[in-house]
Design a protein. Structure first.
Length: 221
């Protein structure tokens, strides 16, 4: 048999356990509710997205009401006829599984390199396929198309003239056809070659500028 003192101690301990469990349960419920109500932003792109760090900076700028996912794939293209078509990569599926509320797509730099993208004939239809995959999600996300930054690497296979004359107009055409907003990263960087490490990939200042420009776009949709 327990003494009165032992019973009181057991009762106090049991009460403490109940309080702790209740607190943890409430914390889990609050956390689940908060996560369920976060605005999910999917950053889709190539190495400029995957490696520059701009999605992390965008997360910091947007704050605790948002969660930003980095779904960049280095070397990837819009074109399905290439070394690394974005639509064939696992990150594309992961971006859809993220069930985003907002999707920012910044692809096209590698489509301006004939050594990577072999045939750009179907660029617009391939881009539309990428966009459509997100449009059919249950989350019904807002989709923003970003023009690629300028290519300052003059002694490389990447062709800035092709980017300006062909890739960007095709992105703009898709935006018009599908009634989607655009972000002009080309004009944003055209006078900032010093913001790139190698003429293609942004340095710290460059990734910060991308993030702040994307911030304006994301908070405007």
């Amino acid at each position: 048999m327990f003494t009165d003192m032992q019973r009181k101690k057991l009762l106090a301990f049991a009460s403490l356990v109940i309080i702790v469990i209740s607190g943890l349960s409430m914390y889990a419920i609050v956390g689940f509710y908060r996560d369920a109500h976060l605005i999910r932003v999917a950053c889709v792109g190539d190495s400029i997205t995957e490696r520059s760090g701009y999605p992390n900076k965008l997360q910091t700028m947007l704050g605790v009401d948002y969660t930003v996912g980095n779904f960049g794939v280095s070397g990837s293209t819009v074109s399905a006829d290439s070394k690394i078509p974005y639509m064939n990569q696992s990150q594309f599926k992961k971006a859809q599984d993220f069930n985003p509320n907002i999707v920012v797509i910044m692809l096209g730099t590698n489509d301006a390199n004939p050594e990577i993208a072999y045939n750009e004939t179907n660029f617009e239809s391939d881009y539309a396929r990428i966009v459509h995959a997100f449009q059919t999600l249950q989350s019904d996300p807002q989709i923003v198309l970003a023009y690629s930054p300028p290519i300052f690497a003059n002694n490389s296979a990447w062709n800035n003239t092709y980017l300006v004359d062909t890739v960007i107009p095709r992105i703009n055409s898709i935006a018009d056809q599908m009634n989607l907003p655009t972000v002009d990263m080309y004009d944003t960087f055209v006078n900032h070659s010093d913001y790139f490490m190698d003429g293609i990939h942004p340095n710290n200042e460059g990734s910060t500028l991308i993030a702040s420009t994307m911030y304006d776009a994301v908070t405007s949709v």
